[in-house]
Write a protein that binds this ligand. Structure first.
Ligand code: NAP
Length: 274
């Protein structure tokens, strides 16, 4: 059930967790939640950046914001976050952080691919399991999992990353159906190119597509929180929705995979890492 902005904190508060919150999309989600009156537990690895973000949110929005320095790729990250939450009611989890190694599959050690799975798959799985329990018992709450347009089909140079994003998509869809009977809303946000610091570091400006504009993180976060409780899956941005319609509905899966691979090679031909 969607919550109008004024009632957002009643439905998804009083506390929210943003996993991967210090910059980019994660910070945009944190700001959008703070604006809606949700107190925040912010998670990332860099203490100074995270502390600044928490302080700024408290000053601007009058909420409580705590920073928790944690490596979300570690196996006990969700348990440690749950322990840090203690008796607080966490009504919303946004699992945002992801790791991606761009380049030919065999050029990178398997350990880096396993780290993609730890952060991008094990992380959201454990957070959904850990915080889902309290939410379903209380009969209210929400979860946002970050997927990507890359999660709709395979793609050369990001084969494993794309597979981790497909995992988030399918996990989130299933939980959307399972948890809605318990009053908990789940949304999978399949973002397209979004101008985050991570994106800027990895993507050469002169190779960006002029057909699909790169979105601002604030737009993606706003669209996602508005869609929470209204649908299971969101592709934010009109141009991304058109692109995903063409790729998913008009092209065969084989053609879609080849097209994505061609586009990824054009963007990252020199093999970057982020
Ligand atoms: N940007 C895009 O174009 C795009 C497109 C499609 C989908 N997405 C998805 O959107 C999400 C965010 O995108 P983004 O990569 O651009 O990231 P972002 O939101 O700009 O930043 C990643 C955040 O996660 C934190 N983080 C990264 N690794 C972490 C770890 N091991 N433990 C704790 N915190 C960690 C970072 O802080 P610290 O470095 O301080 O830890 C940072 O706050 C990802 O799930 C991604 O797959 C992004």
């Amino acid at each position: 059930m969607a919550a109008p902005e004024a009632h957002f904190a009643e439905r998804y508060g009083p506390w929210g967790v943003v996993a991967g919150a210090s910059e980019g999309l994660g910070l945009a989600f944190a700001e959008a939640l703070a604006r809606r009156g949700v107190n925040l537990m912010l998670i990332a690895r860099r203490a100074a950046v995270l502390n600044d973000a928490a302080q700024s949110l408290e000053d601007r929005f009058g909420i409580e914001a705590e920073s928790h320095v944690l490596d979300l790729a570690s196996p006990d990250a969700a348990a440690r976050c749950q322990a840090a939450a203690g008796p607080r009611e966490v009504g919303l989890v946004v699992y945002n952080a992801a790791y991606s190694v761009i380049g030919p599959f065999l050029d990178h050690p398997v350990e880096s691919r396993l780290k993609e799975i730890d952060l991008n798959c094990r992380g959201p799985l454990c957070f959904a399991h850990s915080f889902g329990e309290g939410m379903t018992k209380r009969g209210r709450g929400g979860m946002v999992l970050l997927s990507s347009l890359a999660g709709f089909q395979g793609s050369a140079l990001i084969a494993n990353y794309a597979a981790t994003k497909a995992y988030n998509l399918v996990l989130g869809e299933g939980l959307w159906d399972e948890f809605r009977d318990h009053g908990v809303d789940v949304l999978v946000c399949c973002a397209g190119a979004t101008r985050t610091p991570n994106y800027e570091r990895s993507t050469p400006r002169d190779r960006e597509s002029s057909l699909v504009p790169v979105q601002a993180p604030e737009m993606v976060a706003e669209e996602a929180l508005t869609a929470l409780g209204r649908r299971a899956v969101l592709v934010p941005g009109r141009a991304n929705r058109i692109a995903s319609f063409v790729i998913r509905r008009l092209l065969s899966r084989r053609r879609a995979t080849l097209l994505m691979g061609r586009n990824t090679r054009r963007l990252y031909g020199g093999a970057a890492r982020r």
